[in-house]
Write a protein that binds this ligand. Structure first.
Ligand SMILES: [Fe+2]
Length: 197
């Protein structure tokens, strides 16, 4: 078996883009990216069992991808644009319709990982999209995590405070740390996340 060519193209673009990205807080983010991409290279998951699905926040995806294509990681942006029609976008499980700005203002998609386009249990590689002016609230998880920002936006964790990498750098979240992100007032946030499980 060989990997889905669009996913392979994304991985081929991501490796040099992650290596080139400037870490906002030490080298841990590079290590996490390298570990996730190494695991992806080493083994192959199974094809997606879920159909594509859109959410209201996806109206911001064309603008976010266009911004990403003019940023420092255009090869990754182009690969994501080819994958976009196939993504299964979901809300965070804790989201509630009573919080309308967040409910309609965020969407996540798993590329490689549990329930992803390539279903596998040893890593998460996914995408978050946040509408202008919306904050993705504090959350935490056991695995450490690296974000590759593909748009403007701000990232928070309790060790780093708020950081604004302006689309140039990697963000690192240590295991279990409380973290969040927020879009600029007038532009959507788009970012990839990489977690070794
Ligand atoms: Fe996270």
């Amino acid at each position: 078996m060989t990997r889905d060519p669009d996913l392979q193209a994304l991985l081929d673009a991501l490796a040099p883009d992650c290596a080139r990205a400037a870490p906002a807080a030490g080298e841990n983010a590079h290590r996490v990216c390298a570990e996730v991409l190494s695991r992806a290279r080493a083994t192959l998951g199974t094809p997606a069992a879920t159909p594509p699905a859109q959410l209201p926040a996806c109206t911001h995806l064309p603008e976010a991808l266009a911004t990403a294509a003019t940023g420092p990681f255009p090869a990754t942006a182009r690969a994501l644009s080819r994958l976009a029609p196939r993504l299964t976008w979901t809300r965070r499980s804790s989201a509630r319709p009573s919080d309308q700005p967040f409910w309609d203002g965020h969407a996540n998609a798993m590329l490689l990982g549990p329930g992803g386009l390539e279903n596998r249990a040893d890593l998460w590689l996914g995408l978050s999209l946040i509408a202008p002016g919306v904050t993705y609230p504090d959350h935490d998880h056991a695995p450490e995590e690296a974000y590759l920002p593909l748009s403007p936006g701000q990232w928070f964790n309790t060790a780093m405070g708020w950081a604004d990498p302006r689309g140039r750098g990697l963000i690192y979240n240590p295991p279990g740390i409380t973290h969040a992100m927020r879009a600029d007032a007038h532009a959507p946030l788009l970012a990839l996340w990489l977690l070794p499980l």
